[in-house]
Design a protein around this ligand. Structure first.
Ligand SMILES: [Zn+2]
Length: 204
């Protein structure tokens, strides 16, 4: 049920934030809290969003379109980087759970319309690359937020991650290790420690 209710609640929060901003433009408090609230709404929706492939006609479960950075990228450029950052965190948490199925068969595999399943070798790689992408979008969004919003967003990130791993995902080791590895990779690339030449040399 939360598959439906959490994204709907997130849409309600997002709509309220934009309505309040429109109705009370002189309330600086709303401007102050707009980004953190959009981030929270994004997180709530993002955790459930990938499995909306159940509801979208034409998609098979574990669709590569919803189990990816596609939605955050569109939201980042078309709507709000803070909302995109929340979605990214939620999707990264979801994909970090999906990366440890009982077996890489059937329902665990990533699928695309027309193409079908991408197989047991590419599915984990697809999930990992998209977790890295999600964390990259989060970092890029946090860069451009004002200090207060950054602070609240980091607090929501910690609280959301603790909530997720205490309530939603009890097999924590592989998801947390994957998220940590992705975080280091994004940090390495952003700080120039890992240049793309080093990365390509590593793989060639
Ligand atoms: Zn999923």
């Amino acid at each position: 049920m939360r598959l439906l209710t959490a994204p709907l609640a997130a849409i309600a929060i997002t709509a309220s934030v934009y309505l309040a901003e429109h109705a009370f433009p002189y309330w600086t408090m709303i401007a102050h809290w707009k980004e953190p609230l959009l981030f929270l709404a994004g997180l709530m929706a993002g955790i459930r969003w990938p499995d909306w492939d159940f509801f979208i006609p034409g998609l098979s479960h574990r669709s590569g379109l919803t189990h990816s950075i596609l939605l955050p990228i569109v939201v980042y450029y078309m709507a709000s980087p803070a909302l995109a950052a929340g979605l990214s965190l939620g999707i990264a948490l979801h994909l970090s759970s999906d990366i440890q199925p009982k077996a890489w068969t059937g329902g665990a595999l990533i699928k695309f319309p027309v193409l079908g399943s991408i197989g047991k070798n590419l599915s984990p790689l697809w999930l990992f690359i998209n977790i890295v992408g999600c964390i990259g979008i989060m970092a890029a969004s946090l860069d451009i937020e004002p200090h207060f919003a950054q602070l609240v967003m980091l607090m929501v990130t910690s609280a959301g991650t603790v909530w997720y791993f205490s309530r939603e995902e009890k097999k924590r080791f592989i998801p947390l290790a994957t998220l940590a590895a992705s975080g280091f990779l994004v940090h390495g690339i952003r700080s120039g420690l890992l240049t793309l030449t080093v990365v390509t040399q590593f793989f060639v």
